[in-house]
Design a protein around this ligand. Structure first.
Ligand SMILES: [Fe+2]
Length: 445
């Protein structure tokens, strides 16, 4: 009888067993003196071996990996489980107290951010953020002093003008409602708007412009049967569900949304968005469909980099393909969130090689940095060389797995010399399994 394996439990998808603390990491090249903070990355790392035939990558317990950099040195590496009640209990530790939403006590596994001097592991679909200490130990689930009504999202957008976090959250228990929230600089939710959509939809990410919060109301919706059967991620492609994008006025006082129809597809991650006269421009990674033939995804067609231009007066959305090569995890200089960007970064798998792409969307060109075919890079994160540095003046950070040594490195590239000699490589004491999202969290934002 054939053994059913999950591709998400083998190779560098396999979990690591130990929580490691390691100081004074070996560095090749030279780390920029101005980098002072932590590179953090979250991803699934099941604590108890799951049943391979039913394991869904999205459902593994979160583990956060962190690298602390200061004064040109890599001071430490740490990896820590996010302690949900189940994880804490399995580890023989006391459960961390805190406000869980709707029994959705889940070891947040999707993203990790800094805000208001605090650190949060975050996830979507009803789960609350888990607060972590600076050293990545779990404090507990967080509702921002009682100001967050429900769960949160793995993809808040930070407005560079104010530093506030804008988010679009979803939860099957809310029916056909998604929730827009704004968290202020003190770490309190100052605005909550419930928005009606077409069903219990999965809204993985959102876009922010200076004027609008953007809602991706696309045909991946909650599947009751899958949930009843215990599926790790009970959301499915629904060919009968509409595909549309909504614009909600950020500073408006109503929940009215302008909707724009789009060809059926799914977007996990926009690259960025901005207002441009009478239009709104959305650069997105577009999947032709998702969780349709494969409930585990993501083998559902090539994810391409597309530009959607929304004509506000005509109420029409025009689609344009910027790059037909398969790519995901798009990022820009975070200082340009909601503003027109020139450069963007994405991870890719090209001609059997793993790669990082740097897009120049002004010149409509790109540079590709190829990595080992059997290795793989994590999301590329841009860090400016200073607060007033030009868009291309800084470094691109990405974790890269080395199959020969079975370990991972933190690659630090000069953004302006993307394919050249790395600025630095930080050698880690163990591999970092392929996971989801990472961020540079400076000590002084
Ligand atoms: Fe994501």
């Amino acid at each position: 009888m054939a053994v059913v394996e999950s591709r998400y439990l083998v190779g560098n998808y396999a979990p690591v067993a130990d929580e490691v603390t390691c100081g004074d990491l070996r560095v090749s090249g030279s780390l920029p003196e101005v980098l002072c903070g932590r590179y953090l990355r979250n991803g699934p790392n099941p604590l108890v071996a799951p049943e391979p035939s039913t394991y869904h990558w999205f459902s593994g317990d979160g583990m956060v990996h962190g690298i602390r950099i200061r004064d040109g040195r890599a001071e430490w590496y740490r990896n820590r489980y996010v302690r949900s009640a189940a994880v804490a209990t399995a580890l023989g530790e006391p459960v961390r107290p805190g406000p869980v939403h709707a029994d959705m006590d889940f070891a947040a596994n999707t993203n990790v951010i800094g805000h208001a001097g605090r650190t949060f592991a975050i996830v979507e679909a009803g789960g609350r953020p888990y607060e972590l200490s600076y050293e990545l130990d779990t404090v507990g689930p967080c509702d921002f002093n009682g100001t967050l009504p429900g769960g949160y999202t793995a993809h808040p957008k930070r407005d560079p003008a104010t530093g506030e976090l804008h988010a679009m959250s979803y939860f099957w228990g809310w029916g056909n409602v998604v929730q827009y929230t704004v968290i202020d600089m003190s770490g309190l939710v100052r605005k909550v708007v419930d928005v009606e959509v077409g069903g219990a939809v999965s809204v993985h990410d959102m876009s922010l412009t200076e004027r609008y919060a953007v809602i991706y109301d696309l045909p991946v919706v909650f599947d009751v049967e899958a949930a009843m059967s215990g599926a790790g991620f009970p959301y499915r492609w629904d060919p009968d569900y509409h595909a549309r994008v909504g614009l909600l006025e950020r500073d408006g006082t109503t929940d009215e949304v302008s909707w724009f129809d789009v060809e059926p597809c799914y977007v996990f991650h926009p690259m960025n968005a901005y207002d441009d006269g009478g239009t709104v421009v959305l650069d997105v990674v577009r999947h032709p469909r998702m969780f349709d033939t494969h409930r585990f995804g993501p083998d559902e067609g090539t994810p391409t980099l597309d530009r959607w231009t929304l004509d506000l007066s005509a109420g029409k959305l025009v689609e344009e393909r910027l790059d037909d090569r398969g790519q995901e995890f798009p990022r820009v200089d975070e200082r340009l969130v909601g503003r027109q960007h020139r450069y963007g970064y994405a991870g890719a798998f090209l001609e059997n090689d793993s790669a990082l792409i740097k897009h120049d969307l002004q010149r409509r060109s790109s540079e590709v940095r190829y990595l080992r075919s059997d290795g793989g890079a994590s999301e590329a994160v841009f860090v400016p060389s200073g607060p007033d540095a030009a868009e291309d003046d800084g470094w691109v950070l990405s974790l890269v797995y080395d199959t020969d040594r079975e370990t991972s490195d933190l690659l630090v590239l000069n953004a302006a010399d993307f394919t050249g000699e790395p600025q630095a490589i930080v050698h880690l004491p163990q591999r970092v399994p392929f996971g989801f999202h990472g961020n540079w969290v400076p000590d002084s934002p």
